[in-house]
Design a protein around this ligand. Sequence first.
Ligand code: ASP
Length: 373
Amino acid sequence: VPLVLASLILGVANLKDMTKLARMGGRTFLLFLCTAFIATSLGLLLVNITQPGKRLSEQTKSELMTLYSPAAEKAMGKAAAIKESPLQPLVDIVPDNIFGAMSDNARMAQVVLFALLFGIAIIKIEPSKGDVLIGFFDAVNDVLIKLVTIIMQAAPFGVFALIAAIPKLDELISPLLIYIGTVILGLLIMLLVIYPMVFMHFSKIKYGQFFKQMRPALLLAFTTSSSSATLPVTMERVENHLGVPKDVTGFVLPLGTTINMDGTALYQAVAAVFMAQALGLELSILQMALIVVTATIAAAGAAGIPGAGMITLIIVLDAVHVPAEAIALIMAPDRILDMCRTVVNVAGDAVAAVVIAGAEEKSKPVILNPEIK
Ligand code: ASP
């Protein structure tokens, strides 16, 4: 909760000068939204074709269900309630008491809404006061990122314990491999099909060149699993090697690092459906649509650090009433998927910077820096 709160408030509040940045901001948000929408929809499509979670026997499903009850039972009760009132999720994202919401992980979506409004309000108050809050949340954000990094060092032991508790692990292996394959296939489609299509419209640079120039940043993203840690290198490559003007990189890239996470959005959509399938929960079309919306928000709420996408995945799970404890099922391969999705997150930010620069300066298309070989 504190991590989502601080990083989202910062992402919104950093827009600062609304009037000057309104046009660029509007375009950037629209682009982020569109690519996240494509990513989650693609993830949903693929996981519904491969259906990794359905490859489990009925018995294993019911054993998993028992393991995760009473959370699972509660979830099924909630799922029944949603059928009665399909608009209930809309009511549910509005907090009646923000402190109540902040003390309950299952109400993360309410915290997200609050953070968005809070960020907007910061922009609208006197800058001298707004800056105090921005400085404060910036520091809180850094502290929390450090905290998570420290805690993540113990993750292998936690994963070991969680995996040891899963019954019939051998039966889970092949669905897990298909799940991993589905996420990676989706990420590759984003990188090699969707991005080039968007990119080529706004730039004279060949997409192969884009890869070549961005390679150090993409490699760093892969090895660190952190788009925040990669940000300085991303900025340097996009600015000096892809020739995107400084005012665009300074705005689009830090914002993108916080809220533009196509790889994470795609992964969350696939993971949520995989878990629902593994527990034998049938998802309706409405719930699938809800996954698209919530995964877009949840990915935006994830900080650019290792494992953050798995934390905000709870927002998606909560929205479709899959018990959050089922995250244990996907924990083991999460690091490797994190490495892959971070590459797409960083590539997505760089593509966005090129597109925004191209849209801002129609007469001067973005070209490779001539000094770079
Ligand atoms: N590690 C990812 C990033 O830094 C976020 C995630 O966990 O999905 O972009």
